[in-house]
Design a protein around this ligand. Sequence first.
Ligand code: NHR
Ligand code: GAR
Length: 220
Amino acid sequence: MQASEAEKPRIVILISGNGSNMQAIAEAVHNKEIDAEIAGIISNRPLAEGLTKAQAMGLHTDIIDHTLYASRDEFDHALIRMIEDLKPDLVVLAGFMRILTADFTRYFEGNLLNIHPSLLPKYQGLNTHQRALDAGDSEHGVTVHFVTEELDGGPNAIQAILPILDIDNAKALQQRIQVQEHIIYPIAVKWFCEGRLSMEGQHAFLDGQELPASGVQLRS
Ligand code: NHR
Ligand code: GAR
């Protein structure tokens, strides 16, 4: 039986910039590849290009400018309230660029996903493409993981792996990785919305089986 609109899992997506991952997920919902509802898009940057994209798709958008808050704590508590108003089942970080406090990550733990452009646990933090090149790595990639207090340290759900080519630079790598991001993020969100992907006690599970530390790996 088709679930009625009111019963569909509700997704809130947090962005700071371009919003291409937000768009990939919203399109997968629109195309009914994911049986869910986009409850809203929230940006901490008032001028994020992703806001325009979300509005063009007819999605609800909210802005919460972190520069107007005196501390990370106050910002995160206001952000929790704004997200809660949208009654989410899943919160998705899609190029969201503010480090979140433990109060925030604990509040949504198990229902909070992020996409990070490296083969986690390698290269947590920023500048990942250049760091993979500088290290002379033969492979690089992107990971969808559950968010915990530890930055880029929560359990992995899925990662896409790409070879690094002799002629690569950070920009070329970033472009090839973005193509993979738009494939694996909708897959992870779909699994979550179907109740197949979950987090229990710092481990990720798919279909009741604990995933390896890498998560599911897609190699191209
Ligand atoms: N917060 C927690 N607690 N845990 C994670 O795993 C998080 C998180 C917040 C964001 C995304 C992230 C990434 O995938 C993310 C994961 C921003 C920074 C950062 O240094 C680091 C990691 C991530 C996002 N932000 C600077 C800050 O001071 C600001 C940088 C900027 O505005 O450009 O918050 O890598
Ligand atoms: C994505 O490439 C994502 O992996 C990266 O930011 C980009 C956002 O693109 N995330 C981080 O670097 C987190 N530190 P988008 O706004 O077009 O989705």
